[in-house]
Write a protein that binds this ligand. Structure first.
Ligand code: AMP
Length: 223
């Protein structure tokens, strides 16, 4: 099963992606996480991407597209859930071309719907567990608040991503996401049109619900 996951930063996309990955035994491919791994390892790609990420800008397509398509190729056999890509129409077109060329099917496209204001508040409250980035912790969401300042799942140390705490960078990321002309919502619409042609199923989920409500809805739709 191959799934594309759309949702603004702060919509719980990463959390739900991790749950779906577990449930359906998929490779969870997150473009942002791949970049952070490169930055952590000090690779040339990471060095090139860092300034864009710190500002909340998109990393140029010439760097991002080959990196993601290469990762998909390596995970083709297992089935994947792709999160954070595509973020503009050009990336959507290139992804669809590559999928057709390599014979990948696209089973589902999921869009988590969340108003921009709510997404902004959530993103600034997000805390990252040192041991496992999939452990959900957010100081603004009651059911997943950290415990005594530490990860609510495993008790490890938490930190905040610097691009989550920079209001300007958060705004820029949301400008890109909510842009339905050329940005990420436009990329999502590209797949909505394909869904209307019967080429995949498009599922919209209300992201205002709590984690388990969103999860249940997804499990029902993806079954
Ligand atoms: P995320 O973890 O999804 O919030 O991504 C963090 C940052 O990585 C973004 O703000 C961008 O700078 C960069 N990034 C992630 N995915 C993409 C993409 N598909 N295209 C361009 N830049 C990306």
């Amino acid at each position: 099963m191959n799934i594309l996951f759309f949702g603004p930063n702060g919509s719980g996309k990463g959390t739900q992606g991790a749950l779906m990955k577990q449930k359906f035994n998929l490779a969870h491919i997150e473009s942002g996480a791949i970049f952070r791994e490169h930055i952590g390892k000090g690779t040339e790609l990471g060095r090139q991407a860092k300034a864009y990420i710190d500002r909340g800008d998109l990393v140029p397509d010439a760097i991002t597209i080959p990196m993601v398509l290469e990762t998909l190729k390596h995970n083709g056999a297992k089935g994947w859930l792709l999160d954070g890509f595509p973020r503009n129409v050009f990336q959507a077109e290139k992804l669809w071309e590559a999928m057709q060329a390599s014979g990948f099917t696209l089973d589902y496209v999921v869009e988590i719907l969340l108003p921009r204001e709510t997404a902004g508040k959530r993103i600034m409250g997000r805390r990252i567990c040192e041991a496992d980035t999939n452990h959900p912790n957010n100081i603004h969401i009651a059911p997943i608040q950290p415990e005594n300042g530490r990860c609510r799942v495993c008790g490890c140390k938490l930190s905040a991503r610097s691009d989550d705490q920079d209001e300007k960078a958060v705004n820029k990321r949301h400008d890109i996401y909510y842009d339905d002309k050329n940005g990420t919502l436009a990329a999502a619409r590209f797949f909505k049109v394909l869904a209307a042609q019967g080429k995949c199923r498009y599922i919209e989920v209300d992201g205002e619900g709590d984690i388990s409500a969103v999860k249940e809805k997804l499990l029902t739709e993806l079954a």
